[in-house]
Write a protein that binds this ligand. Structure first.
Ligand SMILES: [Zn+2]
Length: 178
């Protein structure tokens, strides 16, 4: 059994059995990982409130065949202020993009610090975030009609789409980038 200490950002969480959860974490040290939070769905769990999506957390992990969370402590939550709603929406899009675009166990300090600063200080855009992940819309064209002006990024297929073509495909995986 190996132990790790890491700084993470919670990208998502989903139930696992009756009392546990699987937490999708983007860590500075280990990249994106899934960890098991034992008992985190129980009312008196010491983890639960620290595992809100987009929380920055100091974590301790045990690893045998998979990661198990042994401790979690919030270091930052989404920065408050008048535009918190808009920022929250942008940050959720960033988390969604990461879950589709970043493979597991691939640390990327630039992406990690950019997202952490967005959470802690505000600022940042989904467009700049996609550029950091290697998807630059600047010279991209629509995958369907080759139009030069793209308005959306399709997280499922990893390509750009123009405003017209976007109306004809499922909106579920599209992120607006203008
Ligand atoms: Zn098009």
């Amino acid at each position: 059994m190996k132990e790790y200490v890491a700084q993470g950002i919670v990208l998502g969480r989903r139930p696992r059995g009756i009392a546990d959860e699987t937490i999708d974490l983007f860590t500075k040290e280990l990249g994106r990982i899934e960890v098991r939070a034992v008992g985190s769905r129980q009312p008196r769990s010491k983890f639960s409130s620290h595992l809100d999506v987009l929380n920055c957390v100091h974590i301790r992990l045990a690893h045998k065949s998979a990661y198990t969370l042994t401790d979690a402590l919030t270091s930052a939550r989404v920065h408050g202020g008048t535009k918190k709603g808009i920022r929250l929406f942008t940050l959720l899009e960033c988390a969604y993009a990461l879950r589709h675009l970043l493979a597991f166990a691939m640390p990327d300090a630039r992406v990690w610090y950019y997202l952490r600063d967005m959470i802690q200080k505000g600022g940042g855009t989904i467009r700049a975030f996609l550029v950091l992940l290697g998807y630059n819309p600047l010279h991209a064209s629509c995958i369907h009609c080759k139009a030069k002006k793209v308005a959306w990024f399709d997280c499922a297929n990893h390509n750009f789409v123009c405003a017209t073509c976007a109306t004809r495909i499922s909106q579920n995986t599209l992120i607006y980038i203008l």
